[in-house]
Design a protein around this ligand. Structure first.
Ligand code: ATP
Ligand code: MG
Length: 525
């Protein structure tokens, strides 16, 4: 079979069949019927023996596929620097241009991410063979070390899951679903990418990628994007196709969209969104619907655009008898058609497919979560009140000049004040880039407290972590005995943003010219 039944043309009831190709299904959440469309197509993708297809569940509340086989998460280790860089970019949602050199170094000779993480630690702290990094290198390795600390526990959890549920990517004919909703987006990205890499060693597999704007963004690399580009380029020859399921395609990588052969457009309500979608389609203008036509679509209706065809179609869900779909299409676009759709849903849609958004939300868990947060906040407020009682009374704006504040800054001390910072960074390049960061932090957080110290000139001279621990203890911000609260990450962040410089091993100093503006907020002691 070289094509698949999508549904019936609105008003004539003519069959609409689409070719196997890289495909986009887009449209507004719930109101369009994307999952229903994909599931209908997949169920008819191979006659008696449908093609193997793999979809990913990435959100708890996502409407699930009804007739799917659940498979365990899959991950295959890699440690080339391009891959590692893409993971970090996916994690940080920004490019890793400045870190590249250091990423390359820690990936040398590694074949697993676990090894890369170890390499980062030895580079940062030194080992039998080499000394600990210093100055700029130390700052870079510190950043990488913190990124890996976020990544590795999730990766180990996923690997444990694989160890107990099977470690191969076992795809059977029909729809296979990998539930990744328990993992962070970064980990999901890793698992999806691994599965795609495995798929391009096979033939005739359809991969359904959810939320394309998140996993295949234009602006940065993600593991899925790297794997997706290869799959979409080489895939068609091996009959491996990518089907994108995405509310809208704003911000989706253009190189990927260029390879799309079939567009299935459902209702979108925002005229800008529709215009953007239409602009991204690499088909002649006469094969594109008008924006207002897209905005008038209703649930289950789509414009299908492919080859030289542009047609409005009522999509046949997997659970609906073909003759019912045909009758509905003939009655549409009139109101009577919509009535028939409603009746057909009531009569034929299995209860398991009626995934109203609320159904999947675990309110009890949410409620308990909220309770825990409230308790935590109460304890923090109590602690702040206690530490505030012993501290010097907060200077009022009137006696500010006599307070411990350098004249260039405005500062009102005391707990619960807000500190906002803005700064300029000038990089020594020919076309000068000026970046301005604004941090809103209260002095109840570590970053806020460091900001306060910055504003008070504490970092005008080089300060070691030990000096900071002493200062934090003197201000009642840290317990007096036992291990100190780690401040490295907060310091590294301030250094990355250009407030601080690492001027020796774990020694920081304020960047000349950086500016801290402190916002005055009335504080109740
Ligand atoms: N072709 C159709 N015929 C009849 N009912 C449909 C059709 N498509 C969707 N529906 C109805 O709309 C509901 C939502 O559809 P679906 O879950 O496919 O939307 P979605 O666009 O994938 O939403 P989300 O963006 O939240 O994933 C379905 O449960 C079903 O009742
Ligand atoms: Mg859906």
């Amino acid at each position: 079979m070289s094509d698949i039944l999508l549904g019936y043309q609105v008003s004539t009831g003519k069959e609409v069949r689409i070719p196997f190709a890289h495909t986009v299904v887009c449209g507004q959440t719930q109101a369009s019927g994307k999952t229903t469309t994909l599931e209908g197509l997949l169920s008819r993708s191979g006659g008696d023996l449908p093609r193997p297809a793999l979809a990913f569940l990435t959100k708890r509340a996502e409407s699930a596929f009804v007739k799917a086989r659940s498979i365990p998460p899959y991950f295959r280790d890699r440690a080339d620097w391009q891959f590692v860089e893409s993971i970090l970019e996916a994690m940080m949602r920004e490019r890793m241009k400045y870190q590249r050199e250091w990423i390359i170094r820690v990936c040398q000779g590694a074949t697993t991410l676990e090894r890369v993480a170890k390499n980062v630690e030895s580079a940062l702290h030194g080992d039998r063979h080499k000394k600990a990094a210093t100055s700029y290198a130390a700052g870079m390795y510190l950043q990488l070390s913190e990124y890996f600390k976020l990544l590795m526990p999730e990766l180990r959890r996923l690997k444990l899951n694989m160890a107990t549920r099977g470690s191969a990517l076992d795809l059977k004919p029909g729809l296979n679903v990998m539930d990744l909703s328990d993992y962070s987006t970064e980990m999901q990205s890793l698992a999806i990418a691994s599965a795609m890499e495995e798929i391009y060693r096979r033939r005739g597999v359809i991969t359904v990628i959810p939320e394309a704007w998140e996993f295949l963004p234009q602006a940065r690399n993600t593991p899925v994007k790297m794997a997706g580009e290869s799959l979409i380029r080489k895939g068609a020859a091996a009959q491996n196709f990518m089907w994108l399921d995405s509310q809208d395609i704003t911000g989706v990588d253009k190189r990927i969209l260029k390879q799309v052969g079939v567009w299935i457009l459902g209702v979108q309500r925002e005229v800008n969104e529709v215009e953007h979608t239409l602009a991204q389609m690499a088909v002649p203008k006469k094969l594109k619907p008008k924006p207002e036509e897209v905005m008038q679509l209703r649930r289950g209706q789509f414009f299908a655009c492919f080859e030289d065809v542009l047609t409005r179609v009522y999509v046949l869900p997997s659970w609906m008898p073909a003759e019912v779909g045909f009758t509905i299409a003939r009655a549409l676009p009139a109101q009577a058609g919509d009535e028939l759709v409603k009746n057909a849903i009531a009569r034929f849609q299995p209860a398991s497919a009626r995934h109203e958004e609320d159904e999947n939300v675990d309110y009890r868990e949410l409620f308990e979560d909220a309770q825990r947060t409230i308790e935590q906040l109460k304890a923090e407020i109590e602690q702040l009140k206690r530490s505030g009682a012993g501290a010097a009374p907060a200077p009022t704006p009137k006696d500010r000049s006599s307070a411990l504040v350098p004249p260039a800054t405005e500062f009102v001390g005391g707990n619960n004040d807000e500190v906002s910072m803005s700064l300029e960074v000038k990089r020594p390049v020919i076309d000068l880039t000026v970046r301005k960061y604004v941090i809103e932090a209260s002095d109840a957080t570590k970053t806020g407290r460091l900001a306060l110290l910055l504003s008070q000139g504490f970092f005008d001279q080089p300060r070691k972590i030990a000096n900071l621990n002493d200062e934090f203890r003197a201000r009642g911000w840290m317990k007096q005995t036992g291990a100190p609260t780690p401040l490295n990450l907060d310091l590294a962040k301030l250094a990355e943003m250009g407030f601080l410089r690492l001027v020796g091993q774990a020694t920081y100093q304020a960047v000349p010219g950086m500016r801290v503006n402190v916002k005055e907020v009335e504080a109740v002691a």
